[in-house]
Design a binder for this molecule. Structure first.
Ligand SMILES: CC(C)(COP(=O)(O)OP(=O)(O)OC[C@H]1O[C@@H](n2cnc3c(N)ncnc32)[C@H](O)[C@@H]1OP(=O)(O)O)[C@@H](O)C(=O)NCCC(=O)NCCS
Length: 206
């Protein structure tokens, strides 16, 4: 069973059956699902008020699940997921930023070669994980996080609420809430004043 089309879509595709899109979210194009092979009941979830714009890619393996909260924006970000990636409410993810919960390739060159030679050349861009997905560790991005362009978030990382990441940073370790980190490897640049609370998202339209 194939899911619905998006009325405004420039790509001739459908929303995958496993995707759960809130009635009040905006997904620019089903091209974002070209690499989505999730077989989970909820493969990709997009919350109320959230927009995913051109170039956002959900590269999700059979056991992967990606959940975007409410009132988020992703602009050309890639989610490489074999297990679980979650993003809280009000978070912003920028151009070319890659969030990965898995490595997709084994370290051992013989295993990489064996996996490549076992795979016939084929038209599908949806490559299986050469590592089998066993290395995946969940990535959790909190509420009100800002990750701008060209960042890499590595497997197992948790980024706390309100954190800000500098452009072109590589995040290999957890980031505390309300902290600005930057660089490769990222270091703490400064601390932010946390608000008393993060407000509940408004009813849409406000
Ligand atoms: C994250 C960011 C907002 C931090 O700004 P800030 O808190 O004002 O930081 P500062 O400019 O005062 O710099 C503080 C330190 O961090 C370093 N730094 C800041 N951004 C950095 C980055 N992206 N990579 C590496 N180091 C960085 C500075 O060199 C400085 O180092 P120093 O203390 O040794 O002198 C900013 O650096 C940034 O990356 N902006 C990009 C915004 C963007 O991409 N917007 C569009 C897409 S949504």
């Amino acid at each position: 069973v194939l899911g619905p089309r998006l009325a405004w879509d420039w790509h001739d595709g459908v929303v995958p059956e496993s995707a759960v899109l809130d009635d009040e979210c905006y997904v620019e194009t089903t091209y974002s699902f070209l690499l989505d092979r999730s077989q989970r009941p909820y493969g990709v979830r997009v919350g109320r008020g959230t927009s995913t714009y051109g170039g956002t890619m959900f590269d999700v393996g059979p056991h992967g699940t990606v959940a975007l909260g409410r009132f988020c924006m992703t602009n050309g970000s890639s989610f490489v997921c074999d297990r679980e990636i979650t993003v809280g409410d009000y978070s912003l993810l920028g151009w070319n930023t890659v969030i990965m919960d898995c490595r997709r390739s084994p370290f051992d060159p013989d295993r990489r070669r064996a996996a490549l030679t076992a795979r016939p050349p084929e038209p599908s861009a949806a490559l299986p994980s050469l590592a089998g997905g066993a290395d995946a560790q969940p990535v959790r991005i909190g509420h009100a996080v800002w990750i701008p362009f060209d960042c890499v978030i590595l497997p197992g990382v948790t980024i706390g609420d309100g954190a800000v990441v500098g452009a072109r940073s590589v995040i290999a370790e957890d980031v505390e809430p309300w902290t600005v980190v930057a660089g490769n490897p990222a270091r703490v640049v400064r601390r932010l004043e946390p608000p008393e609370r993060i407000p509940e998202p408004p009813v849409w339209p406000a």
